[in-house]
Design a protein around this ligand. Structure first.
Ligand code: PNS
Length: 166
């Protein structure tokens, strides 16, 4: 019997990443071991007010994912499933921190499967150490002068400090 061609896993990890936290980075690190290619995709969302522009977030992510040879960064607008198709991907990667994330993620996953039945969403449980970490909380703490080291990569900590100082 002829050998089957190896199936390639191309996964999209979408999100706002405003900014990337160590929780996101942990997911990228673990996701990069599961996928042949992992594309971290920043949503261009005009309705959501952000601290960093999409270009800044892409630039910061690109810097932070440099150690991972099979990870790249992009951005998208419109439907996620359309971006998945455009990039030739077959999986969506998302993280779940707590039960509170579950309902939201379930809705998105069901909607995406309805829109594009061939695309599977794969969830990884967030590392325990980062299960309480969100971009929102990190921004709030940083803006009030609190210490966010250990919660975000050092480069992001610097960028946060200079942004909230303005
Ligand atoms: O980091 P976030 O803000 O929780 O990420 C949310 C994201 C980007 C995964 C979600 O908002 C998204 O995929 N938006 C694109 C629009 C879309 O496809 N909507 C239909 C499915 S919910």
């Amino acid at each position: 019997m002829a050998a089957l061609p190896p199936s390639r896993i191309v996964a999209i990890y979408p999100g706002s990443f405003d900014p990337i936290t160590n929780g996101h980075l942990d997911l990228i690190s673990r996701g990069s071991k599961l996928a042949d290619r992992l594309i971290v995709a920043v949503l261009q969302n005009q309705r959501k007010q952000s601290l960093f522009t999409v270009a800044e977030r892409v630039e910061m992510l690109t810097e932070v994912v440099k150690p991972y040879a099979n990870v790249e960064v992009g951005s998208f607008h419109g439907l996620l499933v359309d971006y998945v198709a455009a990039r030739g991907a077959n999986f969506i990667l998302r993280g779940i921190r707590a039960i509170s994330d579950y309902e939201y993620e379930l809705q998105i996953a069901h909607m995406n499967r309805l829109l594009s039945p061939g695309v599977e969403t794969v969830f990884l449980m967030a590392a325990e150490a980062y299960s309480f970490v969100s971009s929102q909380l990190v921004k709030e703490v940083a803006s009030l002068g609190g210490n966010v080291s250990g919660l975000v990569p050092p480069l992001i900590e610097e960028r946060l400090k200079s942004r909230v100082a303005k």
